[in-house]
Write a protein that binds this ligand. Sequence first.
Ligand SMILES: Nc1ncnc2c1ncn2[C@@H]1O[C@H](COP(=O)(O)OP(=O)(O)O)[C@@H](O)[C@H]1O
Ligand SMILES: [Mg+2]
Length: 207
Amino acid sequence: MLILDNTLYFAQGTTRKCYLHPRDPDLCVKIPLQNQLKRQRGILRSIERENTYYKKLIKNNISWSHLCQYHGDIKTNLGTGSIYQVIRDTDGEIASNLEHYLQQKNFIRDYQNQLIIALRALFAYMVNYRIVTTSLLPRNIVLTGAPNNFKLTVIDDIGNSEWLKVSELTTALTIRKIRRKWHKMLTNLQAKYEGLPKSLIDDVLNT
Ligand SMILES: Nc1ncnc2c1ncn2[C@@H]1O[C@H](COP(=O)(O)OP(=O)(O)O)[C@@H](O)[C@H]1O
Ligand SMILES: [Mg+2]
């Protein structure tokens, strides 16, 4: 059994706490939050869904250039956890998520072009390898390489939450779903953050 403690803890999202793996600095272990009994079943279901989807991606032999790799589950002193690759920045620090950067003063103004190029690259990657996400949110995407070599990597909410996986029936339907998620994220970004170009959706999705 793997022993996790607070010295290894580095972040928390909406459903899980993230700990560094005690023996491998390139891995992290995510543990479902315990204190939301009512939500617990839904949380476990979404984790199970993500793990199933990851197995499919592994089988399809995709490139992991913009997606953190999943390395199976493990028993810990805090319950069963899922192991993932940690995305580290060029200086070795754990990468910060895109929301963190977007909230920084002048970030959008100073790095608009780089940001758009990086978003375009991530979108192309997801279309190329048909990677579907249940949600697509800036806090589930980490940014590395700032200030001059931006790269975005998806770290959470991979998979398809449809009951009947309609969007997986054909490539065209899968791509349409990916585009819809992107359209929604970009629309939300424009509403929330000042300084993004009016042409953002076109700039990212139609090139
Ligand atoms: N593999 C990872 N590499 C680097 N940072 C990560 C990684 N996974 C999560 N994080 C950071 O931890 C935060 C919460 O993790 P996340 O997986 O989104 O939790 P939840 O499933 O609860 O939403 C993310 O917003 C991100 O900043
Ligand atoms: Mg998250």
